[in-house]
Design a protein. Structure first.
Length: 109
């Protein structure tokens, strides 16, 4: 990925996010950043959560800048997909020596 090649590792997540938004915009993709979504339980609003990026209103992108992605990171995005009723998520980690990414699919209907 161009952003990771340019910066390498060691920057805070926000640096990678802003650069990635620039690259996605060049591709003329509709990007929403830091979108606040409601968490509903039993028809009641219980919390609001800001999501890193949503592409074309269908792909949730969760960004990390950590040394190693763990199960908790995968569970986080899978839970987001379920709660926000989205089908596809992409977990991208800029914090490792090589760019790490994983596509996740919400199979819970």
């Amino acid at each position: 990925m161009k952003v990771h090649r340019y910066f390498g590792l060691g920057f805070p997540e926000i640096v990678y996010k802003r650069a990635l938004i620039i690259e996605l915009s060049k591709l003329e993709l509709k990007v929403k950043q830091e979108m606040e979504k409601d968490i509903i339980y039993d028809d009641q609003l219980i919390y609001k959560r800001r999501l890193d990026l949503i592409i074309e209103d269908v792909i949730l992108i969760e960004l990390k800048a950590i040394k190693e992605v763990g199960d908790e990171d995968f569970n986080q995005i899978l839970n987001y997909l379920k709660v926000f009723k989205m089908e596809v998520g992409l977990l991208i980690n800029f914090g490792a020596s090589s760019l790490q990414f994983k596509r996740l699919i919400n199979t819970i209907k």
